[in-house]
Design a protein around this ligand. Structure first.
Ligand code: PLP
Length: 397
């Protein structure tokens, strides 16, 4: 089928939640993608921060095919060897000593919200109130759109889940003022992704942690987008030397096989007891085997240092471009999570770059967002920068 034929069927048969999409990818290899018409692209978006090891990675393909021939699914009525091995490995690599597996980022955050509320309930304290940040994004379930502060995600879905309030990101005093005796948790992305690749100002996360300690409030970091090496640390919070009580993961964890995860301290895990939370598919043999293979690769010595170095290279290149393009207001990010803020909507650049074989995205209307596979080479980044600069010139930007 051609791009056009697939698009016609999509328009006819899919619920229109994604708008009209021109490109249909049929194949990927490393950092390259091919569409149904045979056109080749460099992928600088990784399926929104998912394919950290790029496409058709031999180790991932092998893990999936071996597991598919052995056992795909048995439910969580039974123990699953790769699931416990994944929990062990994630525990060795982080503050979190207990893990729960689900299937997506929204579900991981949903579990985090439930666990925080239940933890205080079990302790005999009523602290269901949760504070989140403006410009956040935490998912599309009812509780996670409520946690996501922007009204555009709420309209028409009311009544929302009670017990949430919102503060500006990077503002500790606003956070302090929003705390009430019933506040049990603060939920933040260490770097806001969908909101525009907003990085925390110096000491913000440390001060939030301190506030949580003083006021006896749980700190939840949503690392669905920032996790799995994206920022040059395995988890972004490690780069800021701040530990939460609960972490949520998804996206890159199994390189495209759906999985979500919640990690927490031993103490906080006591909020859940048998029957309190569950998932049919969560942490099944296929997803957890694949996640183990991803972790094997990204924890290899030097891998994350390379992400940092390639991220610096990309950021510096973009900052150089910004010098001669006044429509660029800011270039920011960490590791290979990078945003370029313009003084107008970036959709024309995203489309024009796709025409030229570069796949990237936006974060909010004015921020061009790059989330390339972590295996990208500097030569490919250099080529992408060259194409970006030419495209900006052609657009008169
Ligand atoms: C920070 C963050 N949290 C949660 C989500 C929701 O993840 P999912 O789409 O897997 O439900 C996303 C998705 O973009 C995200 O970026």
């Amino acid at each position: 089928m051609t791009n056009e034929e697939i698009r016609a069927l999509a328009d006819k048969y899919l619920v229109n939640t994604y708008g009209s999409r021109k490109i249909c990818f049929v194949r990927g290899q490393g950092t390259h993608l091919w569409d149904a018409d045979g056109k080749e692209y460099i992928d600088l978006f990784s399926g929104i921060a998912v394919c950290v090891l790029g496409h058709s990675h031999p180790k991932i393909a092998e893990a999936i095919s071996t597991q598919a021939k052995k056992l795909l699914h048995v439910s969580n009525l039974y123990n699953i060897e790769p699931q416990v091995l994944l929990a062990k490995k994630l525990s060795e690599l982080s503050f979190a000593k207990k893990w729960f597996f689900c299937n997506s980022g929204a579900e991981a955050n949903e579990a985090g919200i439930k666990l925080a509320r239940r933890y205080w309930y079990v302790k005999g304290t009523s602290k269901p109130h949760i504070i989140t940040a403006e410009n956040s994004f935490h998912g599309r379930t009812l509780a996670t759109i409520t946690a996501t502060a922007q009204v555009k995600y709420h309209q028409g879905f009311e009544p929302l889940v009670p017990g949430f309030s919102y503060v500006p990101y990077n503002d500790v005093s606003a956070l302090e003022k929003a705390i009430i005796p019933q506040t049990g948790a603060i939920l933040l992305e260490p770097i806001q992704g969908e909101g525009g690749v907003i990085t925390p100002s110096e000491n913000y996360l440390k001060e939030v942690r301190q506030l949580c300690n003083e006021k006896d409030i749980l700190l939840i970091f949503d690392e669905v987008q920032t996790g799995m090496g994206r920022t040059g640390n395995l988890f972004a919070h490690q780069g800021y030397s701040v530990e939460p009580d609960i972490i949520t993961l998804a996206k890159g964890l199994a390189n495209g096989v759906p999985i979500g995860a919640l990690g927490c301290t031993e103490e906080v895990s006591q909020g859940f007891s048998p029957g309190m939370h569950a998932s049919t598919f969560g942490g099944n043999p296929l997803a957890t085997t694949t996640a183990l293979a991803v972790l094997d690769e990204i924890t290899k010595p030097g891998f994350l240092d390379e992400v940092k170095s390639k991220g610096e290279f990309f950021l510096t290149g973009l900052k150089n471009i910004a010098k001669s393009h006044p429509k660029i207001k800011d270039v920011r990010g960490r590791g290979l999570m990078i945003g370029v803020e313009f003084d107008e909507a970036v959709s024309p650049i995203v489309s024009k770059l796709a025409e030229k074989g570069i796949i990237c995205g936006s974060a909010g209307p004015n921020v061009l967002r790059f989330l390339p596979p972590l295996i990208i080479e500097k030569e490919e980044i250099a080529l992408a920068l060259e194409i970006l600069e030419t495209t900006l010139g052609e657009l008169g930007w």
